[in-house]
Design a protein around this ligand. Structure first.
Ligand SMILES: C[S@@+](CC[C@H](N)C(=O)[O-])C[C@H]1O[C@@H](n2cnc3c(N)ncnc32)[C@H](O)[C@@H]1O
Length: 238
């Protein structure tokens, strides 16, 4: 199974011998690769949609052999509700909105804490997700960028632990969380592109705010601060 760059980064975050559940699996490509290569001794495919789970099941049927099929399980269900307490080591939740990922993780926090590692790939609202993680005893050990067509998805590797920096002054809208400085460890070109997109968006919002007649002083200050942060970040990267 040849994986896209995005899925391959997620696959690489799993260590040899770790058991895995792929929540919102759809095509099931990562579980298939984990089984094909023998990296995982047990993999659970979870999806809330019957059609999506069927897609994953059909792909598994056509690719993996009879012996490998015995270490794969399929569950129709909502997020981590489909799993038992500590049933697997690692949880993958990829290709969903950041708020949905947060809701899945916060539904039963004790169960969520029973898993060792999370590989999360929010399609949006990554700052809100980071805020929730850092305020709920999870640490982001790696923040990875990858190119996927016109998108630059972010992949967060998350484990239990205390945040490595002070978050007491931040909120879920903070630019420090939606574009954290830890992203600087990625490919320079990708970081520059991501920063350019954010700078352009912030400039557009700020221009519109300045044109509007309503009193939006607080929002203007907020976007001026975001622009300053992003511009400083860009200087450091270049
Ligand atoms: C865009 S696909 C992502 C597929 C794959 N994970 C990837 O990253 O390429 C999102 C999948 O998540 C499933 N999904 C959405 N909400 C879910 C939930 N609460 N629990 C389980 N699966 C969910 C959808 O049915 C869909 O199959």
């Amino acid at each position: 199974m040849k994986l896209s760059d995005r899925l391959n980064i997620i696959y690489n975050a799993i260590r040899e011998g770790e058991t895995v559940a792929d929540i919102g699996t759809d095509h099931g490509f990562i579980p298939i690769k984990l089984i094909e290569t023998g990296k995982s001794p047990y993999v659970v495919l979870v999806d809330i949609s019957c059609d999506s789970l069927e897609k994953g099941r059909n792909n598994v049927q056509s690719i993996v052999n009879e012996e490998q099929k015995s270490i794969i399980d399929f569950r129709l269900g909502d997020g981590l509700k489909a799993l038992d307490f500590a049933e697997v080591d690692d949880i993958i939740i990829a290709g969903m909105g950041g708020r949905l990922i947060r809701d899945i993780m916060s539904y039963d926090i004790e169960k969520t804490r029973s898993f060792q590692k999370f590989i999360l790939q929010p399609r949006n609202h990554s700052g809100e997700l980071r805020y929730w993680l850092l305020n709920n005893g999870f640490n982001i050990v790696s923040d990875i960028l990858v190119r996927e067509n016109k998108y630059i998805p972010e992949i967060l590797i998350v484990e239990s632990g205390m945040p490595l920096f002070d978050i007491s002054e931040l909120n879920e809208e903070s630019i420090e969380l939606s574009v954290p400085v830890t992203l600087a460890d990625n490919d320079k070109q990708l970081v520059i592109e991501l920063l350019e997109r954010n700078i352009n968006n912030s400039k557009k919002v700020l221009d519109n705010l300045l044109l509007s007649s309503d009193n939006k002083t607080e929002m203007v200050k907020e976007y001026e601060y975001k622009l300053e942060y992003l511009t400083e970040f860009m200087k450091k990267v270049k």
